[in-house]
Design a protein around this ligand. Structure first.
Ligand code: FES
Length: 221
């Protein structure tokens, strides 16, 4: 199956913007996806008074979509305040690239995760937030699941209303997730489960993640 990319994705892959290191960086963070093994590093120069991202660089150790989405993320972030960057959604990146194939949408999630992690690191280092924002609760798990994209439909498992049960035991650090798996998605079950585990395991306090699939009658979901 060949994957069709937009002209903009190809342009950003071939001529990525803001690639490289930033010697004067105020925050440098590398994020990785255990599921696909790709990695991304963002370096930010942030004005402490205005909180504007004045300069940004990235290095990608990943696929073509990883490079293109990281490149576009730098353009969207530069000149914005850290608070504005925190409101960015992965579809802001893909929309600016005229779309990505559904099976590649998770690459934009990784790019945005990396960018937001760098902003978060800067806030922690400047005493603006403490590291306690990641207390394990249902809302944090739910937010993490919003970033799990079904590679067939390109829709998050939350937006597609596929999550039918979510139980969190903060004391034990255990999370139980039940989700619908429709016929057409069966071949992606392993990839979806890996994405779920990756996102939820990244939350503070998580020790055990259980994922259970439930057959779905409506193949069109
Ligand atoms: Fe992993 Fe693209 S396949 S980021």
């Amino acid at each position: 199956m060949s994957i069709k990319y937009s002209d903009k994705v190809i342009d950003h892959f071939k001529s990525p913007r803001n690639v490289g290191d930033l010697p004067e960086a105020d925050a440098v963070v590398t994020e990785g996806s255990p599921a696909c093994g790709d990695m991304i590093t963002f370096a930010l120069k942030i004005n402490p008074e205005t909180r504007v991202i004045e300069d940004i660089r990235f290095r990608s150790f990943g696929c073509a979509s990883n490079i293109a989405t990281a490149s576009m993320a730098t353009l969207l972030a530069k000149g914005k305040t850290v608070d504005e960057v925190k409101t960015l959604k992965h579809h802001d990146i893909t929309d600016a690239l005229d779309g990505l194939p559904a099976v590649k949408l998770h690459c934009s999630v990784l790019a945005l995760d990396g960018l937001k992690a760098a902003v978060h690191r800067w806030e922690i280092d400047h005493g603006l937030v403490d590291d306690e924002t990641d207390i394990l609760d249902k809302q944090h798990v739910w937010t993490a699941l919003e970033d799990v994209i079904n590679p067939r439909s390109g829709i998050s498992v939350v937006d597609a209303k596929l999550i039918t049960d979510l139980r969190v035991e903060p004391d034990e650090g255990s999370v139980f997730i039940e989700m619908l798996l429709c016929d057409l998605d069966e071949r992606f079950a392993q990839a979806i489960e890996e994405e779920i585990r990756e996102k939820v395991n990244a939350l503070k306090g998580v020790k055990k993640v259980m994922v259970q699939f439930k057959p779905c009658q409506h193949a069109g979901h």
